[in-house]
Design a protein around this ligand. Structure first.
Ligand code: LLP
Length: 435
């Protein structure tokens, strides 16, 4: 088992109340308020170790944490301490990594529409690799790099014709995607790099085939396609490309119905294809986001109102919802929850957990059986480390929650709760409207 196969953080235990990282979650809710994001450091470091152990036999593997899943300064520190580099996709993520002291040569800059100012920032700070996504970007990056008298080390992002969803994948000749070069466009871009773009230094290829992937065959096929393509390019263009980035995507277990492969199984799938292919590839990048951070995170909510629809379902509302976790309303994502202050011995009922936002679709969990809830109870929703805070909004002008890191019975704030003044801090009243 690897930790992406757990629903709960490894340190979860039920004492009088539910505890994580040795901290009583009821006490955390009282101390920091709710909604509250809680990250268990032991689980986060544990999954990083799972990844490193799984890929230990694979020479020159570089783990690049996809920080779009959760990018805060303290998380960057921990993940870097565990030996990971980073996949960043914006000036904001690059700046966060830089300010938290990350060594910038370990950062790879992804994205399908990097702006001039983001490219300039990345070049100025010495980001290690650019994954060039399209013809426009190749020209722009070359131009900016030549203005600065620099050479940018690049990978080319390709769409290898594989598309994954949670439980299925398809392989076709071509995929209709906004990301990357179609394989049929590679010769043209490589020709341009060889002849015109003298400030780009091509090192290899990059692909990312999807997210929340359960199907290992899709990775095997992806690696095979990339290896073949690199061989073909090296022969045709007399190059020595030796880097391959296989993207992220390994799934996690949101509910008992999810069965993601382990990090070991993923590593075996990748390594076995590489062995069969006799390749010269010296550096393999992997960019996991969700599987690194999701399981370590939970969100605490306080229960408020409830409503029994006559002859219908019972809604129980909590003090957060679609603004701190947009995944249920965006992707019909499912989550598992427990009541912090009531064990399974309590009388149970089937309810629907509603959010507090002004939208009927703001439902966090549809139909879950839990101990009977009343106002003031605290709910713990599992597996919210990834794509919750990073996709949070201020819808309804509600302050974004705080985030705490727990470890060895100790808790530290890593993101402060927004204040009402934070909410209006970017507003401006034109002079003619001032009183
Ligand atoms: N590399 C690239 C180029 C990516 O586009 C992504 C995710 C990753 C790595 C990391 O994938 P992961 O290991 O986290 O699956 N907001 C959606 C997920 C969007 C993923 C976008 N790209 C969600 O909440 O499910």
């Amino acid at each position: 088992m690897s930790l992406n196969q757990y629903i709960r953080p490894v340190t979860t235990e039920r004492k009088e109340n539910l505890n994580i990282g040795g901290c009583d979650l009821m006490e955390l809710a009282q101390k920091y308020g709710t909604p509250l994001y809680v990250i268990d450091e032991a689980t986060l470091r544990g999954i990083c170790i799972d990844y490193k152990t799984a890929f230990a036999g694979c020479a020159n593997i570089k783990m690049m944490y996809a920080c779009k899943s959760l990018c805060t300064s303290a998380i960057a520190r921990i993940v870097e301490e565990e030996g990971f580099g980073f996949d960043a996709v914006s000036g904001g993520e690059i700046y966060t990594l830089y300010k938290s002291g990350v060594e910038m040569s370990k950062v790879l800059f992804n994205g399908n529409n990097k702006s001039r100012s983001e490219i300039e920032l990345a070049l100025d700070l010495g980001v290690g690799r650019f994954s060039v996504d399209n013809f426009y970007e190749a020209e722009l990056l070359n131009k900016i790099a030549s203005e600065k008298n620099l050479k940018a080390d690049i990978l080319l992002r390709v769409t290898p014709g594989i598309e994954c969803h949670t439980h299925e994948y398809i392989q076709t000749g071509q995929i209709d995607s906004k990301f990357g070069f179609d394989l049929s466009q590679l010769d043209e871009i490589i020709g341009l790099i060889q002849k015109q773009y003298k400030n780009l230094n091509l090192k290899g290829l990059h692909a990312h085939i999807g997210s929340q992937i359960f199907e290992l065959q899709s990775y095997s096929d992806e690696v095979e396609i990339l290896v073949k393509e690199i061989k073909r390019i090296n022969e045709k263009f007399e190059l020595k490309l030796d880097e391959m980035n296989i993207g992220g995507g390994l799934g996690v277990k949101y509910t008992s119905f999810d069965n993601p492969p382990s990090t070991d199984e993923l590593a075996k799938a990748v390594v076995s294809v590489l062995k069969n292919c006799e390749t010269d590839i010296s550096t393999i990048y992997i960019e996991p986001g969700r599987s690194v951070i999701s399981t370590s995170g939970v969100t605490l909510y306080t229960v408020g109102s409830s409503k029994q629809v006559p002859n219908g379902r019972k809604y129980v509302a909590v003090d957060g919802g679609m603004a701190d976790n947009p995944r249920p309303s965006m992707y019909q994502a499912e989550y598992t929850a427990e009541v912090v202050n009531k064990s399974d011995d309590f009388k149970k009922e089937k309810i629907t957990i509603a959010g507090r936002y002004c939208e009927s679709g703001d439902i966090l969990i549809n139909e879950i059986e839990l101990p009977e809830l009343e106002a003031g109870d605290v709910l713990c929703v599992y597996n919210t480390g990834a794509y919750n805070y990073s996709m949070a909004s201020n819808y309804n002008r509600v302050e974004k929650p705080a985030m705490v890191l727990v470890n060895n019975s100790h808790s530290d704030i890593i993101v402060y709760r927004e204040t009402l003044d934070n909410l209006i801090s970017h507003d401006n009243i034109p002079d003619r409207l001032r009183r």
